[in-house]
Ligand binder design. Structure first.
Ligand code: G3P
Length: 217
């Protein structure tokens, strides 16, 4: 499963990238707001660090405007993925932009049917939002599993990009289901290395080592 970082925090992306944890990056208007940076500038900086797909989202609501914005965003770097919302106009933009050879990430997906129409419109990635479904007491992981089944049933090549990931369990379950990609905030990715028994075991090793009185260096 590929790891994308759901952030525009350049320092955090660079740190994870140095460890080989970054196959791509996703952003959205809320993430750009949080960064306090200009979208064109920060996206360009991210693309200078990360060679994999970097999603930059359009902000208009009509297909023609989304297409124009997508073309402008795609000029930032060759690895830009244009992110469009899962609306009828977004699908029109997806069809045109993917027809031009651009990678397109169709976002705000909350149903199997939405994932189906995005695949038919030529989406490179479909972004089902796990956490936001869980927020309203639906099962976000079940949606990932259902889309996996449907795409496999018909051989759709659109990659499932599990988004709105909030927990380490979301990541593990997405990997078990067979999501192609997961995107998560830096803190969630760093948290994947943690386990309470690792901390407990290490604490004991440190104490026992001190009792030996030995040194390696
Ligand atoms: O990738 C989508 C993500 O940014 C949304 O996450 O936590 O705001 O639902 P969240």
């Amino acid at each position: 499963m590929k790891f994308f970082v759901d952030s525009a925090d350049v320092a955090a992306i660079a740190e994870l990238n140095d460890l080989g944890m970054v196959d791509g990056v996703t952003t959205n208007p809320s993430i750009i707001l949080k960064s306090g940076r200009d979208i064109m500038e920060v996206t360009k900086e991210i693309c200078s660090i990360v060679s994999g797909p970097v999603s930059a989202e359009v902000v208009s609501l009509t297909a023609d405007e989304m297409i124009a914005e997508g073309r402008k965003l795609a000029e930032i770097a060759p690895n830009i993925t244009v992110k469009v919302p899962l609306t009828w106009d977004g699908l029109k933009a997806c069809k045109v932009l993917s027809g031009e050879g651009k990678m397109v990430n169709v976002t705000l997906c909350f149903s199997v049917n939405q994932a189906l129409v995005a695949a038919k419109a030529g989406a490179t990635f479909i972004s089902p939002f796990i956490g936001r479904l869980d927020d309203i007491n639906l099962d976000g992981l079940e949606l990932i599993s259902d889309i996996r089944d449907v795409y496999d049933n018909y051989g759709f090549e659109t990659q499932i990009l599990a988004a709105s990931i909030r927990t380490a369990n979301h990541v593990a379950q997405c990997a078990l289901i067979g999501a192609d990609v997961m995107t998560a905030p830096p803190a969630v990715i760093k948290g994947l290395a943690s386990h309470v028994l690792t901390d407990k075991g290490l604490d004991q090793f440190v104490k026992d080592w001190a009792k030996t009185g030995q040194k390696i260096l």
